[in-house]
Every structure is written in structure tokens, then in C-alpha cells.
Design a protein around this ligand. Structure first.
Ligand SMILES: *Cc1c(COP(=O)(O)O)cnc(C)c1O
Length: 397
């Protein structure tokens, strides 16, 4: 058994190392052929028409907000239970972040709370929604699409936790990030996520205009495609093969071929890594359902049968969270807390958000604890985690 056990960790094989080595000896280190290969393979895996590889998940969010027209005065709604990047992207563009509460049954942004917020303002007040597939549980995009259509909003799915997740309604299966319901979706290749690239991110969409715009924004706002060029001005020297245009203010948010090679190699075994996550989650579910039935103070979220959860995180809830955190850390089990509600961060408090604004999110935060979950976690290591959690709970006064 390898101690300490982190809450998440990348899984690197000899094939991964060989793929990266090949790129190092190739002519391309930054964007080269691996980018297109990764984009095609990822779009196919996720089920979207287009995929755009970018420097990281946060850059993906930023570019999406730019492409969707977020600017000063644009108001966007997201969940307080997420990594702060889901909200920060709106601020990068000068927009205003609003939050709505979570559904305690799923810990996901609650469409009912969003509707209440939308209905309490004049139509046109809000511009967009950023729901998050928190922990790997796919959000109800059908409900959010309905709200988006009714209130004239765009819909951006933060699917960083959920590559491979899906839900089925009326015999139709929706995969997280397939963009059949959302306008855009984004992913991260940070090492604790499903697919590691060191740093890396991806945007998926089925919208050709957004796709073309995002490609340009990823590289400074420059295009070298002749069908996108403006008309020559009078007296302009003849344009040659060098010609390109800076058409708007973009960024350098490119992924390197080195990172793309690693992500591509990992993507080849995404299904088996996902199955292992789901298998480990089922073992946790069995152990903790039993503990809860026996009256121990522990709660878990088990999705209904029509939901295939991707289990980026395995979260338990207990009123004894602080003591359990300390106990497990002392036993070399490096549990984490996801998340401190974004609206309570000092940066967001300055905009007037206060404790008590989102009681479900705050209650969730008070009790949540993420246990180790990653494909290379062994059953033996997991049993040690389960036994240690149970020992603590049974020992409570
Ligand atoms: C990881 C993560 C991001 C940001 O991804 P980076 O690649 O680390 O920039 C955004 N949203 C959520 C929900 C995340 O978990």
C-alpha cells in the first residue's frame, strides 16, 4: 500500500511517456499535428461536432465568455459549489457574476432556483448560464436549455468533472459536453481530472460560427484564412503567402503538441479509467450506505439509474467533517474539501454576496469531504480508507 493516499492523482503509463518522447524529437513543440489529432479524437469521444484545444480549462472558460459576448454589464448565473474559475471567467470579461442555490439531492445548480432568480428580474437582465457537472454528476441540461430558450440566454456547460458522464431521458442519451443542449462546453486536462496533459483544456461545440471564432481567439485574434480576410484598402501592397490579419483582440491560449500527445495517449484508455472510477465509487457506495443504515452520521449522493456519473470526486457528507478531515489526514489519507462556496470568497464578498445567501450550498460545504478516488487506487488502499472512515464514525461519542 502506498501512503500517503491523495484524493486524486494522474495515471501515467510507458505508452504515455513514449508518446511525449516522440513529440520532443519531432519538428513541432507548440501547436503541431497532435493538436488536430487530439481535437478529432476528443470530439468523437464526447460526441460533439467540434473541439478546440486550449492551454487550460480556465482559458477555455475565458475564451467561451469572449465568444459569447460577455462584457461590462453582462450578467451570468452559475453555481456557488464549483471551482472559482467557473465564475472568474465572467469577471475576466468585465461581466457580473450571479449565483443561484444548489439542489441538496444532487449538489448541482438547481434549475428551480435559477428560474426564481430569472423571474425576479426583467427579461433581458441576464445573458447566460454556466451550470457545472459537479463531481462528475451531469447537470439537467434539458431544464437549463428550456430556461435558456425561455429567457433568451446562452448556455455554457462546465464539464471539467464529467468527461464520459451521461444521462438518459425518453430513450435519448446526452453525454456531458456533447453540446446537443449547451451552446458550448469546456473541459480541463489538469492532472487530477480524468485526462491529464500537465496543463490543458478543451472546448466542445456544434456551432460552426462559435468554433471559427474560438480558433481565432485562441491565437491572438489572428486569422490566416483567405476567406476570412477583409477587403484590401486602396493602394495596399499586393498580398502574398505571408499575409494574415489581426481581426480582434485575442490571446495566446494554445496547447503544446507535447501536452496534446500526453492527453491523446490518455484518451485512448479513457473508457477503462472511467470504469475503474465508477467501480471504486460503487464500492464506496456499498460501504457507506451500509454505515448510514446502521445509523452512523454519514450521507452520500447516489444518482438515479438514468444517470451515468463520471466520478471526478467521491464526496461524503458528515456533521463531523473537521474532525474526520483531521483524523484521516493523520492516517495519511489526504482528503480534500470541494468546495468552499464561491460567493463566500473574499473576492466575491466585495460584490455584496453574504453568508446565508445560498443556504443549501453553505450547508453542503459545512459537511462535505472528498475521499481518494483515481484509477490507480487499489482495492486494498480503498479498503484502508473505508475502514479508517468507519473507525472514526463508530468511535464518535
Ligand atoms: C479544474 C476546473 C476548472 C479549471 O481548469 P484548469 O485546467 O485548472 O484551468 C474549471 N472548472 C472546474 C469545475 C474545474 O474543476
Amino acid at each position: 500500500m502506498n501512503l500517503p493516499i491523495p484524493y486524486g492523482r494522474q495515471h501515467i503509463t510507458d505508452d504515455d511517456v513514449a508518446s511525449v518522447n516522440d513529440v520532443l524529437r519531432s519538428p513541432y513543440l507548440t501547436q503541431g499535428p497532435k493538436i488536430g489529432e487530439l481535437e478529432n479524437a476528443f470530439a468523437q469521444y464526447i460526441g460533439s461536432t467540434y473541439a478546440i484545444a486550449v492551454a487550460n480549462g480556465t482559458a477555455a472558460l475565458h475564451l467561451c465568455c469572449l465568444a459569447l459576448g460577455v462584457g461590462p454589464g453582462t450578467r451570468v448565473i452559475t453555481t456557488p459549489i464549483t471551482f472559482s474559475a467557473s465564475a472568474n471567467c465572467v469577471r475576466y470579461c468585465g461581466g457580473e457574476v450571479y449565483f443561484a442555490d444548489i439542489d441538496p439531492e444532487t449538489a448541482l445548480l438547481d434549475p428551480k432556483a435559477v428560474r426564481e432568480l430569472l423571474e425576479s428580474h426583467p427579461k433581458g437582465f441576464f445573458s447566460g448560464l454556466i451550470p457545472v457537472d459537479f463531481a462528475g454528476y451531469p447537470v439537467d441540461l434539458i431544464a437549463f436549455r428550456e430556461l435558456a430558450d425561455e429567457f433568451g440566454l446562452w448556455l455554457l456547460e462546465d464539464a471539467c468533472h464529467a468527461p464520459g458522464a451521461s444521462f438518459t431521458t425518453n430513450d435519448q442519451t446526452y453525454r456531458s459536453g456533447d453540446s446537443s443542449l449547451a451552446d458550448l462546453a469546456i473541459f480541463s486536462f489538469h492532472p487530477v481530472k480524468h485526462i491529464a496533459a500537465g496543463e490543458g483544456g478543451m472546448i466542445t461545440t456544434n456551432d460552426e460560427e462559435l468554433y471559427k471564432h474560438l480558433l481565432r481567439l485562441r491565437t491572438h485574434g489572428i486569422t490566416n484564412k483567405s476567406d476570412e480576410f477583409t477587403e484590401p484598402y486602396s493602394g495596399e501592397p499586393e498580398r502574398g503567402g505571408w499575409y494574415m490579419e489581426l481581426q480582434e483582440l485575442g490571446y495566446n491560449y494554445r496547447l503544446t503538441d507535447i501536452q496534446a500527445a500526453l492527453a491523446l495517449s490518455q484518451l485512448n484508455r479513457a473508457d477503462s479509467m472511467l470504469s475503474r472510477r465508477q467501480e471504486l465509487a460503487a464500492r464506496y457506495d456499498a460501504a457507506f450506505s451500509e454505515a448510514a443504515s446502521a445509523g452512523l452520521p454519514i450521507q452520500i449522493i447516489v444518482p438515479p439509474a438514468n444517470v451515468s456519473h463520471a466520478y471526478h470526486l467521491y464526496v461524503i457528507q458528515t456533521p463531523e467533517r473537521k474532525a474526520l478531515y483531521d483524523f484521516l489526514r493523520a492516517k495519511n489519507i489526504l482528503v480534500q474539501v470541494h468546495y468552499i462556496p464561491v460567493h463566500l470568497m473574499p473576492y466575491y464578498r466585495q460584490f455584496g454576496w453574504e453568508p446565508g445567501d445560498f443556504p443549501n450550498a453553505e450547508q453542503y460545504y459545512a459537511g462535505c469531504l472528498s475521499l481518494p478516488l483515481f484509477p490507480a487506487l487499489t482495492n486494498e488502499e480503498q479498503d484502508y480508507v473505508i475502514d479508517t472512515v468507519k473507525t472514526f464514525l463508530i468511535g464518535l461519542p
